[in-house]
Write a protein that binds this ligand. Sequence first.
Ligand code: FAD
Ligand code: FES
Length: 231
Amino acid sequence: MVSVHGVGALPISISGDPAEPKCLVYTVRSVGKATHALVSRKVGEELGVRGPFGRGWPLEAARGKDIVVVAGGIGLAPLRPLIYEVLQHRALYGRLVVLYGARSPREVLYPGELKAWARQPETQFLTTVDYGGLNWHGHVGVVTTLLKYARLQPSRSVAMICGPEIMMRFVTRDLEAQGMKREDIYVSMERNMKCGIGFCGHCQYGPHFICKDGPVFCYDQIRPLLDKYEL
Ligand SMILES: Cc1cc2nc3c(=O)[nH]c(=O)nc-3n(C[C@H](O)[C@H](O)[C@H](O)COP(=O)(O)OP(=O)(O)OC[C@H]3O[C@@H](n4cnc5c(N)ncnc54)[C@H](O)[C@@H]3O)c2cc1C
Ligand code: FES
């Protein structure tokens, strides 16, 4: 939970390299009052930080398996530490496939890193945008359209997904249709948060508190909830 004095606290994922724990890195998209206040802070001004809270990506479940990462928009930020971890410990994991969708080329996060990651062995990085424009020569379309290019062996893969809920609904459905087991699919859920420790109820999601039980859930665990619109 990152807080700006006088404005409020908001959940923001750590998006830096887990091998560099002394420096906390955040990637923030300014969408409203609190995020705007956060990105407007000047060097030297104070911020509050509490945490980390909740459950992150289950790396132990991914050991020895291929990993497919599917990210939409700012959803790539919470997945970046996982990508660093896999690339730094290549022998512990199988192939890494990253499918990333952004609204436009301007909104593609970490463009330099994406290029460098794509050159790593045993990896496949694909990016698509909703609206390309004249200078974009890559894929155009929603992130699920990349699935057909992914070199995946569904039965020996684990999926980690973060993005808008509507996108996660379609991605989980398509991965299941390709033969992935629900137990091998993990999604990161998002709700408004206040306390971050399962106390205030702001982040309740069915029987779960996202701050404490999540934000990362096994798809098998929350599928009936994810299928309900506007829950
Ligand atoms: C576990 C978790 C991790 C998160 N990690 C990050 C992160 O790493 N980086 C980051 O930038 N954000 C992250 N978020 C989202 C971030 O917390 C919200 O964007 C923030 O709380 C919005 O607060 P605000 O006061 O700026 O906007 P509000 O005033 O609450 O909202 C302003 C407008 O933006 C819309 N809005 C609010 N949140 C979002 C959103 N997430 N996406 C699109 N529209 C939105 C609202 O519907 C409203 O229309 C995370 C959220 C969760 C639950
Ligand atoms: S934020 Fe208070 S219960 Fe989750």
